[in-house]
Design a protein around this ligand. Structure first.
Ligand SMILES: C[S@@+](CC[C@H](N)C(=O)[O-])C[C@H]1O[C@@H](n2cnc3c(N)ncnc32)[C@H](O)[C@@H]1O
Length: 272
């Protein structure tokens, strides 16, 4: 385990010790490897090493990021009911009769049932660490839900999520984006230091990224990166839920992107 663990950390693979003394390692694409001190790895070590080298190569080539894989540790375990933004869109009748994409589902395991009960025609999940089937992103949806994802990603990773939101929201559809506020980021987490446009925090044994938004900041970011209109739906304490509706795209119009924490212009190419 020891020789591999440094490279696993570099790849953003969270390493978790279980009560029985064994270890679970979470790789990209929702893959899990177990290590039992008496029996060894759950797969041949050479296969694990090959998967690890592949992730590190993809990171080096800019096709994967360690922060994306590591971000699985930010997923709250919703043990009894769906998250607040899911409850809210259901209560408001915003998914009734709609095809829904849940982007960054994490462990919001009651969401799908709640959405279907509230009248959603279908619900597809995508999360690189829990529901890694990217083919669901080839469709467009009447409603795209993306809760507490943008605020755990660095600007470059966030931009990819905005690209997915733009590509998957039908022209007459809406996306609902919920983010954490500034106060909880600074007061409810152990902040290590500033990082890009947010902070590195250390709630578990691995540091992850957090950005706190006030509502206007999220609206400005959404409108700066996507064509369309954005407005506040409601607040959950300090956290904001914003609705975005796309405009019909205008050919050749330049839209800004975020690069290294700074806005820069680009042509609008929504598909990765
Ligand atoms: C703080 S959790 C939120 C989970 C869930 N939406 C909720 O409200 O409980 C953030 C989630 O974003 C996921 N994530 C990270 N990168 C992503 C990406 N590029 N696209 C979609 N989800 C992503 C992580 O795997 C993690 O499950």
């Amino acid at each position: 385990m020891g020789a591999l663990s440094d490279r696993m950390k570099k790849a953003g693979w969270p390493i978790v010790r279980e009560r029985n003394g064994s270890w679970v390692v979470y790789a990209s694409q929702a893959r899990e490897y177990r290590y039992d001190p008496s029996t060894g790895w759950s797969v041949p070590e050479k296969d694990l090493a090959a998967a690890l080298e592949n992730d590190l190569l993809e990171i080096q080539q800019g096709r994967l990021s360690a922060i994306r894989t590591l971000s699985r540790t930010t997923a709250l375990n919703h043990a009894r009911k769906p998250s607040q933004p899911i409850v809210r869109v259901c209560q408001d009748g915003r998914v009734d009769g709609k095809r829904v994409l849940h982007l960054g589902t994490g462990l919001d395991r009651f969401a799908k049932d709640a959405l279907l009960k509230a009248g959603a025609v279908s619900v597809d999940d995508y999360d690189p660490n829990f529901y890694p089937n990217r083919s669901v992103l080839d469709s467009t949806y009447d409603v795209v839900l993306c809760n507490y994802v943008l605020n755990i990603l660095t600007p470059a990773e966030r931009r990819l999520v905005y690209d997915d939101i733009a590509a998957c929201t039908a022209p007459q559809g809406s996306a609902y984006l919920c983010v954490q506020g500034k106060w909880p980021v600074l007061n409810k987490h152990r902040v290590v230091r500033k990082h890009e446009d947010g902070y590195l925090i250390r709630d578990t044994n691995v540091p992850t990224f957090r950005k706190g938004y006030d509502s206007q900041e999220l609206i400005d970011e959404v409108c700066g990166l996507l064509h369309g209109t954005a407005e506040l739906v409601c607040m959950f304490y300090n956290n904001s839920l914003v609705q975005w509706r796309p405009d019909k795209p205008k050919a050749g119009k330049a839209s800004p992107i975020i690069l290294n924490g700074k806005m820069e212009p680009r042509m609008n190419t929504n598909k990765r």
